[in-house]
Write a protein that binds this ligand. Structure first.
Ligand code: GDP
Length: 434
C-alpha cells in the first residue's frame, strides 16, 4: 500500500467548513507543496496534531483558500499511515479545487471506505470497529449512534475477547499438560472442557439472540398502519413524518399504494407502511391495495391499527383487528379525538386516543412504542448489528455445541479441542491482531 489517497470527508453541498483528508506516505509532502503556514514555518516541520493556519495554493501558485492544516505521523493516526487534513471553507468548488491540486502532487482519489479499510489492514481497528464506523455515519437515531460509538470503542471486541481468551486458556492448558507431562503441572480435567465450552457457548447464543434488536436499530421496525378507509392512516403517517407524504382525501379507498417511510418515534426507528384500507371490495385496483396490506402485515413487527373514533365500530374494524394480530406487536389507536362526536371505541384491548390534526395522543403513542421496543443493550454496544457478525457468532456457537456433544459421546479431549480454535478466524481478527 504505497500510494497516497485523498477525499472530501465532509458532506455534500455548501457548508461553513469542508474537510479534505489525505493518507499515505506522500500525504505530508503533498500538503507541504501547496500549503504555506502563516507563521512562515514549513508545514512538514510542524509538530503532528498541531493546527496551522495558512494559505493553500494550486500548483500554479493561485490561492485556493485560507485554511487550517494538520498532520499525524504513522503509526499514530486513524489509518496507521501518515495523514494530513485540510479544513477549508465548505464550498464544493473550493474542495474540488483542493483535491485537484493534490492530484497534481501524485495523490489519488480515495475509494469509498478506503481510509477505514487501511485502518483495518494496518491493525488500527478490528472488523467490528470498522463496521461501527459506517453504522455511526448511517445512524438515524440517538440509540443507533450510541451503540455504534460504543462498538467503535471496541465494546464488541472486548465481549468476544473475553470468550475467546477463556477458550484459548483451556486449549493452552491442555497442550501444556500434554507436551510437558513429566513437569509438575496442574492436571487437565476433561470436566473443564464441558464447563468452559458450555459457558462460552451460552454466552455466544445470548449474543446471537441480540441480532434482532441490533438489526432494528439500523434497519428500523417494520410497522404497518392499518385501518378501514378514511380511518386516518395517511393523516397519521404525515403527522409522524411531519410533512405531507401520502395524499389525504376524504374519499374512502384513495390510498391505493403502500407508502413506506422512515420515522423516529420515541427514539425507535420505524419503517412505516401506510396501506390501502382493508376492505372486501369489487374494485380491482383497490383489491390490489388490500392484498398489499395483508402482505405488509405479514412483514410487520408492529401493527398500528386505526379505528375512527368519530364513528361506530363496525364488523370491518373488528376484522382488521383480528388480521393485525399476525404482527408480533399491535397498538390500537382511536383517531380523530379532536372531533366533538369522538368516543373511545369499546374494544376488548388497550386503546390510545389520538388526533393527527392537533397532535393529541402522539406522545402517548411514542411512549408505548418505546416500551414495546426498548433499546436494551444497545448503549453498551454489546449487541450484534450486522449479518456478518450474526453468522460468525452462530458458526462459533455451533462449533462449541459440537464440542460439548463430542465430549458427552465419550471422545477424548485431543480430538474435540481442535474444534475450539478454528471458528474464531471468521470473526475478523485483523492481520495485526484486534
Ligand atoms: P385513510 O384513508 O385511512 O388514509 O384516511 P385519511 O388520512 O386520508 O383521512 C381521512 C379523512 O379523515 C380526511 O378528511 C382527514 O382530513 C380526516 N382526518 C384524519 N385524521 C383526522 C384527525 O385527527 N382529526 C380530524 N378532525 N380529521 C381527521
Amino acid at each position: 500500500m504505497s500510494d497516497t489517497i485523498a477525499a472530501i470527508a465532509t458532506g455534500e453541498g455548501r457548508s461553513a467548513i469542508g474537510i479534505v483528508r489525505l493518507s499515505g506516505p506522500g500525504a505530508i509532502a503533498a500538503v507541504d507543496a501547496l500549503f504555506t503556514p502563516a507563521s512562515g514555518a514549513r508545514f512538514s516541520a510542524l509538530s503532528p496534531g498541531r493546527l496551522a493556519y495558512g494559505v493553500l495554493r494550486d500548483e500554479r501558485g493561485r490561492v485556493i483558500d485560507r485554511c487550517l492544516a494538520t498532520c499525524s505521523v504513522a503509526p499514530h493516526s486513524y489509518t496507521g499511515e501518515d495523514t494530513a487534513e485540510l479544513q477549508c471553507h465548505g464550498a464544493p468548488a473550493v474542495l474540488q479545487a483542493v483535491l485537484e491540486a493534490l492530484f497534481t502532487q501524485g495523490v489519488r482519489q480515495a475509494k469509498a471506505g478506503e481510509f477505514t479499510r487501511r485502518a483495518f489492514l494496518n491493525g488500527r481497528m478490528d472488523l467490528t470497529q470498522a463496521e461501527a464506523v459506517i453504522d455511526l455515519i448511517d445512524a438515524e437515531t440517538t440509540a443507533a449512534a450510541r451503540c455504534a460509538a460504543a462498538q467503535l470503542g471496541g465494546a464488541m471486541r472486548r465481549r468476544i475477547d473475553g470468550i475467546y481468551d477463556e477458550l484459548i486458556t483451556l486449549v493452552a492448558h491442555f497442550d501444556v499438560v500434554l507436551d510437558y507431562s513429566d513437569e509438575d503441572l496442574e492436571p487437565f480435567d476433561p470436566g473443564e472442557i464441558v464447563s468452559s465450552v458450555g459457558r462460552a457457548q451460552r454466552e455466544l447464543a445470548a449474543l446471537a439472540a441480540t441480532y434482532r434488536r441490533g438489526r432494528r436499530l439500523y434497519d428500523g421496525v417494520p410497522c404497518a398502519i392499518v385501518g378501514r378507509p378514511n380511518s386516518g392512516k395517511s393523516s397519521l403517517l404525515n403527522a409522524l413524518l411531519g410533512y405531507e407524504r401520502a395524499i389525504v382525501t376524504d374519499i374512502p379507498g384513495t390510498t391505493r399504494d403502500t407508502v413506506e417511510e422512515r420515522a423516529t418515534l420515541g427514539g425507535v426507528l420505524l419503517r412505516l407502511m401506510d396501506t390501502a384500507g382493508l376492505r372486501a371490495t369489487d374494485d380491482a385496483v383497490e383489491r390490489l391495495g388490500v392484498e398489499r396490506t395483508r402482505q405488509a402485515l405479514s412483514r410487520a413487527e408492529l401493527a398500528l391499527v386505526l379505528v375512527d373514533g368519530s364513528r361506530r365500530v363496525t364488523e370491518e374494524d373488528q376484522g382488521i383487528l383480528r388480521l393485525a394480530h399476525a404482527a408480533p406487536e399491535v397498538i390500537v389507536l382511536a383517531t380523530k379525538a379532536d372531533l366533538p362526536e369522538f368516543q373511545v371505541p369499546d374494544l376488548d384491548c388497550q386503546v390510545i386516543s389520538i388526533s393527527s390534526k392537533t397532535g393529541h395522543g402522539l406522545e402517548a403513542l411514542e411512549r408505548e412504542v418505546e416500551r414495546r421496543f426498548p433499546a436494551g443493550g444497545g448503549d453498551s454496544g454489546e449487541i450484534i448489528t450486522s449479518r456478518r457478525q450474526a453468522e460468525a457468532v452462530a458458526r462459533a456457537a455451533q462449533c462449541l455445541e459440537a464440542v460439548c456433544a463430542a465430549m458427552e459421546s465419550g471422545m477424548t479431549p485431543d480430538a474435540v479441542l481442535s474444534d475450539v480454535s478454528w471458528p474464531w478466524t471468521p470473526w475478523g481478527r485483523s492481520p495485526a491482531g484486534w
